[in-house]
Structures are given as structure tokens and as C-alpha cells.
Design a protein around this ligand. Structure first.
Ligand SMILES: Cc1cc2nc3c(=O)[nH]c(=O)nc-3n(C[C@H](O)[C@H](O)[C@H](O)COP(=O)(O)OP(=O)(O)OC[C@H]3O[C@@H](n4cnc5c(N)ncnc54)[C@H](O)[C@@H]3O)c2cc1C
Length: 219
């Protein structure tokens, strides 16, 4: 299967079809001699003399080794409902509290409704996560404003760091740079240069060179 790499190091099949990924995995498993037991939910795993005894609905099976690949808990209807964490816990593994890993972030609609006015606008931005007043991580990418807050690849990538910081009871704050990679001084120099170059131009005209305008129907 021919692949291509997209922003952030993600690999996609050239056909852009999820089914081709599935077919490639099944073909490779078949080639390697794997027996696939569909519709066999694992109810429990116990250590046995020679490895493990695995309880499935059709009875017990034994295995010398077990690879637990039960996914997270983000899509229960697909079977990924967090049951795997219990299986691992019962085998003696330590499970750290889980958080969502790739989610949009809600903004406070009472205190600041700016995101509602910008809903639908996407632009490059830099998000900085501050934990206990120190920079924890900076990420750059495409950010999408929505009626509930912020989304887009940049926000999704940042969400796990933010949620982990909050979960660990740290003082967490996010700041956004609308001019990724530029410092306050860089931006100030840019504005000064624009003002000298086109002194009659309005602020919004100059600003439109850096960020997209909100939709006129929303403002
Ligand atoms: C809405 C959504 C969209 C996404 N879009 C993308 C995308 O575009 N690109 C991308 O790369 N990633 C995407 N992801 C992430 C991607 O789906 C996951 O990272 C990936 O599926 C994780 O693979 P996994 O094999 O670890 O777990 P899963 O794919 O969750 O597979 C775990 C499997 O274990 C089975 N299972 C669980 N418990 C048991 C049990 N007790 N007994 C037997 N079987 C069990 C489940 O039924 C499931 O089939 C998306 C995720 C979601 C929720």
C-alpha cells in the first residue's frame, strides 16, 4: 500500500480510504498465520502454570503470552469501553487515571463569548500551556474557532496536555499567539513597519494581512 505523510507526521494511504488500511492489516495477519476470533469478548485473563488462561464467551483458551490491545475508552460502541484497563489492573498493572486525548476545548461562554463571534474561522496559531506559571509545552498548528470554544488539529493535540495538567491538580492556563513563531517585539516591529509604509490604512486592513476576517454574517 502506498502511503503519504501529512502535517504532523501522520501517514495516510494514497487512496485516503480507511478500508484499505483495514484490508492491509487483515492481509498481513493472514500472511503471518494469525487466527482471528471475531465476536469473542474477553471477560477475564488469569495467570496459569504455562502462561495465561483467557476467558471468552466460547470457553477458555490458553496462551504463553498476551498482548493487551483493547484500546482506550473513547468509543464504547466499537468495544473500546475501558474494559481493558480492568483486565490489566487485575493482572497487577498500575493504571494512571485516564483523560481524553484528542478533543476540542470548551471556553467559558459567560465570561467571554469571543469564540462564538469567530465560529468557523480557522488560522495558524501557537498555543502555550502554562503549568504552575512555567511553560510546559508550546504547539503550533491550525486552530478552528467554534460556537463552544476552540478545535482544529492544534487544539486536539494540546488537549491531552491541558487535561493531564488539570487532572494532576496543577494550576493550568493556556495562552494563544496569533502570530506563531513571533515574539511580542517582532509583532511590534511589524506593526511599526506597516504604519510607516501605509499610514492611512486602517488597523483592520493591516490585521487582515495576518489573520482571516470573521464571517460578516456572524459579526
Ligand atoms: C471519532 C474518532 C475518530 C478518529 N479518527 C482518527 C483518524 O482519522 N486517524 C487516526 O489515525 N486515528 C483516529 N482516531 C484514533 C484511532 O481510532 C485510535 O488511535 C486507534 O483506533 C487506537 O487503536 P487501538 O488498536 O489501540 O484501539 P481500538 O481501535 O480502540 O481497538 C481496540 C479493540 O479492542 C476491542 N476490545 C476492547 N475490549 C475488549 C475485550 N474485553 N475483549 C475483546 N475485545 C475487546 C474493541 O472492540 C476494539 O475493536 C480516531 C478516534 C476516534 C474516537
Amino acid at each position: 500500500m502506498r502511503l503519504h505523510e501529512e502535517a504532523g507526521g501522520k501517514l495516510f494511504p494514497d487512496t485516503n480510504k480507511a478500508r484499505d488500511v483495514l484490508n492491509a492489516l487483515v492481509a498481513e495477519a493472514t500472511r503471518a498465520g494469525v487466527t482471528i476470533a471475531a465476536n469473542s469478548r474477553v471477560a477475564g485473563i488469569d495467570r496459569s502454570a504455562n502462561g495465561f488462561r483467557i476467558a471468552i464467551n466460547a470457553g477458555d483458551i490458553t496462551a504463553a503470552r498476551v498482548v493487551l490491545a483493547t484500546g482506550g475508552r473513547s468509543l464504547p460502541k466499537s468495544g473500546s469501553d475501558g474494559a481493558g484497563f480492568d483486565l490489566a489492573r487485575r493482572l497487577g498493572h498500575t493504571i494512571v487515571p485516564t483523560t481524553p486525548g484528542l478533543v476540542p476545548l470548551l471556553l467559558d461562554g459567560e465570561r467571554d463569548a469571543m469564540h462564538r463571534e469567530l465560529s468557523g474561522v480557522a488560522h495558524e496559531a501557537e498555543l502555550t500551556l502554562w503549568i504552575d506559571d512555567a511553560v510546559d509545552i508550546r504547539l503550533t498548528g491550525s486552530l478552528l474557532w467554534t460556537h463552544f470554544g476552540i478545535s482544529g488539529p492544534l487544539t486536539l493535540n494540546m488537549s491531552r496536555h491541558w487535561l493531564r495538567g488539570v487532572l494532576d491538580s496543577h494550576r493550568a492556563a493556556l495562552t494563544m499567539n496569533f502570530c506563531p513563531g513571533l515574539t511580542f517585539d517582532d509583532v511590534e516591529r511589524w506593526w511599526t513597519a506597516r504604519a510607516a509604509e501605509r499610514p492611512q490604512a486602517s488597523v483592520s486592513t493591516q490585521l487582515s494581512m495576518r489573520v482571516p476576517a470573521p464571517s460578516p454574517t456572524r459579526c
